[in-house]
Design a protein around this ligand. Sequence first.
Ligand code: KG4
Ligand code: ZN
Length: 373
Amino acid sequence: MTTREHLILGIESSCDETAAAVVAGGRRILSSVVASQVDIHRKYGGVVPELASREHLRQIVPVVREAIAQAGVELRDVDAVAVTRGPGLIGALLVGITYGKVLAMALGKPLVGVNHLEGHVHAVLLEAHGAGKRIELPAVCLIVSGGHTILYYVKSEPVNGAGKFSYARIGGTRDDAAGEAYDKVARMLALGYPGGPVIDKLAAHGNPRAVRFADPKIKGNPYDFSFSGIKTAVLYHLRRNPQLQPEIDARQQALARGERGADALRALSSPETLDLIASFQRSVVENLVDRTLAAAGEHGVRTVLVSGGVAANSELRRSFETESARRGISSYFPSRALSTDNAAMIAAAGHARFLAGDRADVTLEAEAVLPLV
Ligand code: KG4
Ligand code: ZN
């Protein structure tokens, strides 16, 4: 029996990042290349599907080549190709899937289809294992990004000497994803796109208790989320405070001049605006942390995993750390680079599926909606 670590080439193209990575043994990142399209979609304030597909087509070959080169390996050294099959934008997914299929066929290597959400779960596991930390499963995992806000119960059973993971949905957003709320509020306030990183920085300069937002009223599942109410509440707050409009116009002009830095935007923001931003962030973070930790308590788990673009948020990290410690729960986040979409997480999730004997073939299809089980 060989003790060599399996090399997995991961490919990700579900939204607006074209990414490829080589990961050894499901835990050692040899390369992780991400070509972001954010500059292309910025002027539309969101991802434009047709433009995304076109850009993936332009990027996929150089990005995969770069990942192989940076890893210092040859394509023929790869043991399997893992590719995101959904959920995501159909046209975008098809680019990665088609390229992954052709590559696997040409190389005579196995192809593994990966659920993008499972990738986000593995982003956390990958780095913790890589750092020699043992994460106790089962866990509750919060995936929180521009497209998703969803809670899973994650467990793993030994199969073929490896871990076979399974997932059960506990709750999720009824309307907007948390990242979407960040992006929409940033748009109302003229803070640029994507909104999360700037709001994260500006919120530190405001009073998070200045504006009170009512807790969303959600009937039924206590682990569901709702973020459209707070977005509307920010809009009403701005209507009630027309004195904030001139600074919104000033920031809009700054953005048009290409001045997108948090410091430049902060210099054009009054204390009232900074208070509004801090209060918005506090409300979103409290919602995410409270429901996730309540779900962990209900399911009797001692581990919480948090992943996705919004997991890069400083306040969310701080709040999870203090609140979970108070309840004897350990919370884990990926580094900021692995929080947002990347292919190392797809390779890591693909590695677990590869060991469990999961194989795809030329019939693998892109699926816009794909539940994680
Ligand atoms: O995972 P991701 O790269 O793409 C998907 O949506 O799948 O996440 C992007 C989202 C955007 O909505 C962005 O505003 C948000 O993550 N985001 C943040 C931060 N960094 C990115 N939200 C809050 N705080 C941040 N630091
Ligand atoms: Zn994602």
